[in-house]
Design a protein around this ligand. Structure first.
Ligand SMILES: Cc1cc2nc3c(=O)[nH]c(=O)nc-3n(C[C@H](O)[C@H](O)[C@H](O)COP(=O)(O)OP(=O)(O)OC[C@H]3O[C@@H](n4cnc5c(N)ncnc54)[C@H](O)[C@@H]3O)c2cc1C
Length: 396
């Protein structure tokens, strides 16, 4: 195998192409837009920066954010500092940076839409810009809306989220996330170098678009965001169920999927950039070793077992109750109350704490604080029920 076509020049396709071309493969990346402002928060967590330090070191404009604020459905707020910052890019800048690296490594980047992929024969045939191209292997990294599905199924409504948002030309330093009651998703405001990405995500089909738009507009007003010059966007985002992460086919004899197309997204936070980069990277390694079939197992070892864990707890976090209130509200209250919880959530947010180790850390470090916190809800009732003291009149 020498000749590889990649459909999609986003983070997954561009990094996969860069890795393969640098090892002597002939790689053509087809993207209908090349570098563009894909609807996105643009936030890269610590694990992405650790794995790909050029994302922090390069001269490209980006925002380095250390302070985050969580807001509950009832309006409680808790601010915390992140030991490792989140690095936020405009997507046109990020995609441009990754594509430039791919081209510098030897890839050919073609601005063209791929309309069909046929993997039935030894050589893959794909149609782009009205021309047929033949290749040894095709990487499908065409994002969440990918319709090119050899021997596999499309992501269904249960595996997707709807997102709506605005790019707003204003500056901010704090990253904000707001939860809503009985709502599987959240609102966000991500500051970038010279604008904000503000948006809302929600499980597909659970809330009408007008309702999402209303929540978004209320959030913008509550946070006093000046909307002059704001640009609206909307896009889908994978939010895979555990069984999709475990069972969906993402590789065949002459094709494989990476990034959003392979549903490599955290179903709890919506983080997809790190998983797109990492899946593109792992796929390239498997191809270099001539073992594409090993790719799903490598994904599992690297992160998909953790994403499956997140898929299993997502609904409980967004819709669950604890001591008579939404879990998300209790979480915000706990953050206000406990420095240990703030440190821990800071690490979850910035991507340096995996979900699988979270339960043990909660027990080890935050356990006592959670108990104190629970008591602070129960004690006022205890005080209220205590018999009133009788004031004794001084005896003459
Ligand atoms: C509103 C929103 C906010 C988000 N915020 C964050 C965030 O803050 N942090 C984070 O980590 N993740 C975030 N994500 C997720 C992140 O955007 C994706 O996980 C990431 O972009 C996936 O990268 P990818 O390379 O797999 O796909 P994409 O970035 O979607 O790239 C796919 C590329 O394929 C091209 N393409 C598609 N079809 C064809 C075709 N037929 N022919 C040729 N080219 C084609 C497209 O033009 C595109 O450039 C967010 C997503 C959304 C929707």
């Amino acid at each position: 195998m020498k000749d590889i076509a990649i459909v999609g020049g986003g983070p997954a396709g561009a990094l996969c192409g860069e890795r393969l071309a640098s090892q002597g493969f002939q790689v053509t990346i087809f993207d209908e837009r090349l570098a563009w402002e894909k609807p996105c928060g643009g936030g890269l967590t610590h694990k992405a920066i650790q794995a790909y330090p050029f994302l922090l070191d390069g001269p490209q404009p980006k925002k380095i954010v250390r302070t985050a604020e969580l807001i509950s459905g009832g309006g409680h707020r808790a601010r915390f500092e992140m030991r490792h910052p989140i690095v936020i890019y405009a997507r046109k800048v990020l995609n441009g940076l990754l594509l430039d690296r791919a081209v510098a490594a030897g890839c050919t980047a073609v601005c063209s839409r791929v309309t069909s992929v046929n993997t039935d024969n030894e050589q893959v045939r794909l149609m782009a810009g009205g021309e047929e191209h033949r290749t040894d292997f095709v990487v499908l990294a065409a994002g969440a809306r990918n319709q090119l599905l050899p021997e596999t199924t499309a992501l269904g409504a249960l595996d997707l989220e709807m997102t709506l948002g605005y790019f707003v030309p204003t500056e901010e330093d704090i990253l904000k996330v707001k939860f809503l009651k009985e709502f599987e998703g959240y609102l966000w405001s991500f500051p970038r170098a010279d604008h904000l990405s503000v948006g809302i995500c929600a499980k597909m089909g659970q809330n009408p678009t007008q309702e999402l738009r209303r929540h978004l507009d209320e959030f913008v007003q509550e946070e006093n965001i000046c909307m002059e010059g704001a640009r609206f966007y909307s896009h889908v985002l994978p939010s895979p169920e555990a069984q999709t992460i475990r069972g969906r086919r993402i590789v065949g004899k002459n094709w494989a999927m990476a990034g959003d197309a392979a549903a490599c997204v955290d179903p709890l936070t919506g983080e997809g950039l790190y998983y797109a980069l990492r899946s593109g990277d792992l796929l390239a390694q498997a191809l270099m070793e001539g073992q594409p079939q090993a790719y799903p197992e490598r994904l599992r070892a690297a992160f998909s077992a953790d994403l499956e864990f997140a898929a299993n707890i997502a609904r409980k976090i967004f819709r669950g109750n604890f001591l008579g209130e939404a879990v998300t509200t209790r979480m915000v209250q706990l953050l206000k109350h406990s420095p240990a919880a703030r440190a821990l959530i800071g690490e979850v947010f910035s991507g340096s704490q995996e979900y699988r180790g979270l339960k043990q850390r909660l027990l080890d470090q935050v356990g006592v604080t959670v108990l104190d916190f629970a008591r602070s809800f129960l004690v006022p009732r205890a005080i209220y029920n205590r018999p009133r003291q009788v004031r004794r009149e001084p005896q003459p």
